[in-house]
Write a protein that binds this ligand. Sequence first.
Ligand code: NAP
Ligand code: F7E
Length: 326
Amino acid sequence: MSGTALITGITGQDGAYLAKLLLDKGYQVHGMMRRSSTETLERIADIRDEITIHQGDLLDQLSLVRLLEQIEPTEVYNLAAQSFVPTSWSQPILTAETTGLGVTRVLEAIRQVNPNIKMYQASSSEMFGKVQETPQTEATPFYPRSPYGVAKVYGYWITINYRESYNLFASNGILFNHESPLRGLEFVTRKITDGVARIKLGLQKELLLGNLDAKRDWGFAGDFVNAMWLMLQANEPGDFVVATGEQHSVREFCEIAFSTVGLNLDDHVGIDPRFYRPAEVETLLGNPAKAKTELGWEPQVTFEQLVTMMVEQDLKRVEREIKLGN
Ligand code: NAP
Ligand code: F7E
């Protein structure tokens, strides 16, 4: 029998993919979103009638307690966060409150309302930061390089602490970068594929980026949310690296994206120091062996397929916008 799931961060990239996955598995899916003066439901518009949306906020303990009492979920996926690394320097306190302390609020609500609820915490490869070994595994020491990374380290350890203190079924997924056509436009992959589409369709000439030499282990969000679900179906809670085991630079991502539409990146990409970071994470490469062995998880979409999928979707979207006169 499938259960009842509550997803915090349902309006985000991963929230949308996870909600679809859980619906396909027969779950009753509830999503928490914060109050906003405008609609933020575009990513889940196609499943809006199949899920139940509730207002709540990771900054507001009582809203979390009330939702758990009302929904009675069997599983909680804590995906909500201030997730954009550069914003964590301009809003470090908000980032700590949401991305860090927000995790304690969710854990505390679970402990108080029903300690049998299973919880997934969206931990991040940004915790490895200035990497202490390559590839990174569950045993690699953390060295975060941004207020975001520091907040995620806090979230990671408080999840383990509640597991050990109160015997909660709470697991950390240490997810490496994962992307999709639903990725936010400010993240580098989507910024590139949106830029490529606009340049190809004559709406802009140049794409300004920061550090082209940064290397990431990029996977497809649709594959990665499956690992989240698998973690909560395991016999025991634990902590798992979720990655492809393959690394590419921002420049390589650009090369493939531009060549998909028959353009050359050297003709269109400029460097703007505004997009450099005060402390950079130069390289990330994960070893997903534990997830493969213990969860049977493996990524399905290759790097080239991911880049092509994102470029094609952005081309279609920008074409639609042009037709509608936006
Ligand atoms: P995302 O698209 O930025 O979504 C973040 C979600 O959190 C949005 O729904 C946002 O709501 C919500 N949120 C922000 N502050 C909130 C608050 N105070 N209360 C309630 N909700 C709040 O992020 P994502 O890419 O889907 O990532 C999901 C999670 O995985 C995040 O925790 C992220 O840090 C983590 N992560 C992501 C990656 C990756 O590569 N994508 C890798 C490792 C870990 P609004 O729509 O209102 O802004
Ligand atoms: O940057 C470089 C930038 O912003 C990737 C989040 O989901 O993944 C994400 O964090 C790299 C960095 O993602 C631009 O300096 C160059 O080295 O796409 P990003 P991120 O910082 O790796 C982790 C795992 C998370 O947990 C986070 O929530 O690309 N880069 N030029 C640029 N980055 C941006 N954004 N914009 C540029 O113009």
